[in-house]
Ligand binder design. Sequence first.
Ligand code: PRX
Length: 653
Amino acid sequence: MSEHKTYKVETLKVPKAWKENAFIDKDKYEKLYEKSVEKPDKFWGKEGERLDWIKPYTRVKNTTFEFPNVSIKWFEDGTLNVAANCVDRHLKKRGKQTAIIWEPDDPKTPAKHITYRELYDNVCRLANVLKAQGVKKGDRVTIYLPMIPEPAYAMLACARIGAVHSIVFGGFSPDALAGRIEDCKSEFVITADEGLRGGRKIPLKANTDTALQKNGHVKTVLVVRHTGGTVPWTDGRDVWLDEAMAGAEAECPPEEMNAEDPLFILYTSGSTGKPKGVLHTTGGYLVYAAMTHQYVFDYHDGDVYWCTADVGWVTGHSYIVYGPLANGAITLMFEGVPNYPDASRFWQVVDKHKVNIFYTAPTAIRALMGAGNEHVKNTSRKSLRLLGSVGEPINPEAWEWYYHVIGEKRCPIVDTWWQTETGGILITPLPGATKLKPGSATLPFFGVQPAIVDADGNILEGEAAGNLVILDAWPGMMRTVYGDHQRFVETYFSAYKGKYFTGDGCRRDADGYYWITGRVDDVINVSGHRMGTAEVESALVAHPKVSEAAVVGYPHDIKGQGIYCYVTLMSGEEGSDALKKELRDWVRNEIGPIASPDQIQFAPGLPKTRSGKIMRRILRKIAEDEFGNLGDTSTLADPGVVTDLVENRQNRR
Ligand code: PRX
């Protein structure tokens, strides 16, 4: 990668061309930001007008972060429908305009262009199918689909009738799917025969059937016919979606929803326990998703916008479906992967559809950077105007490569920091307003008040490093953990009372710029996928030969973090390469391929304190190959185990 080292951008001033095009310049940012935090009711009251309301709100902000009485309500007396805002209201002006461009996995399969009118028909038909199956307002519908247009139809169909969708990423295992169906007591599942990624088939329907062996309460499984592959079938429960939609009416009146009615649940990992069902509601979420999509990506009418995330993650929810469609945008959905058929694929898609705005994750950028510039140089990319990054810290080398090689110094990079819980982007440059620094997510979006605290919760001023908290509510934030409000309050508001704790470490430089340094809890970020180390540990200990396991993250060139597992075996069991493979397959099976361990070290014992607590600090150091500096080990019950762990470490540099 030496050829990239010659680039060096320290601070990039906003060029005139960007400023002229953009909605927000520096003056406007500063004025509006001040207003947004000083007069939130006025500021958000005005912003709320970007949506069509059935009954306009009279109250804007009613929120408190006070522990333990945390309560978040925005636009609470207003009513609206999300699908009507994302589809119906565009029909007059944009009925014939493309809403969704679908680019399939195989470049030889034709792409689809779905107009707003076609989107309307599909959403209404699917909504009527759901109703005919007995789905009612407030019911949960689980969606387990690949990256085809149907998940967008399904999300909007749920929103249209007031059902609450819960999307489960298509890469999750049957067990993970079963847990998520169980937690929200969903009686309806929408899946497909098979998914397709990089030429490989993913048996979604078969996985669903396996998951449903444990969930007797599911009444209906709607199945999208995608690859045409043969699938197991249960009469009376399974329904082909195309057949049902063909027989359904293409009109379905949108349900009048309160701004605080639930819109969706999305499961995400924390440092302890099972994944949490993050609950987002209707009005505030959509206002925030639409507004951030417009200003952060500087979205202008007619722009072709492509976010490469999967709809199974929050980025797909807010920035493939809800934000763009609320803005009447053209949003591209890509079924495939960056390196299939080869590493030019992203840029070929950019050229094919004349993409103007491109939003991806650092892990993809690093992988493509490693594949070599020849895969970029054989494409034009002239249509690109803006580049975005999300999901994990972007290292300056990758930033520079993205900026110089992909964008040819023409495109600003918006490094957007946010979380499943935040619903939308919180810290980000605005392309016409913010000087860029490679590796920094820069400054807060309107209405967002970040702060850095020390271990005791004291707010640090000026240049500082510590933990990142947010001081007051914004409209797009989660409202609760589904079915467990106490867990919501404990997880996010108890560490630093009265403040939302992000779980991230952060540094602020002399210019007030924020640099996110990564998670400070037991959550790891592997290729932009968020995972609790505890989830991988419980998968490992479920294996009959494993007695104990401890999992930590370690720096990985492409994935950002890799998964390092220390495994203690049952007595009489021997560690071997074959057993490593067995354990790797086991974890893939239990959680999904994204949780596949990168390193497994068999250990006769784990470093524990006398009270039996595993000292993860030591395990992290050894996994990082930083064993020379293990810190104080005198409190260990048996300091001898450390010697063995160091001797048999797997990640040697
Ligand atoms: O650690 C931060 C990291 O991803 C976490 C949130 O993960 P998730 O809920 O899956 O949402 C990902 C997509 C929004 C954060 O706590 N993260 C996300 N974006 C960035 C980031 N870290 C650094 N820079 C970012 N731009």
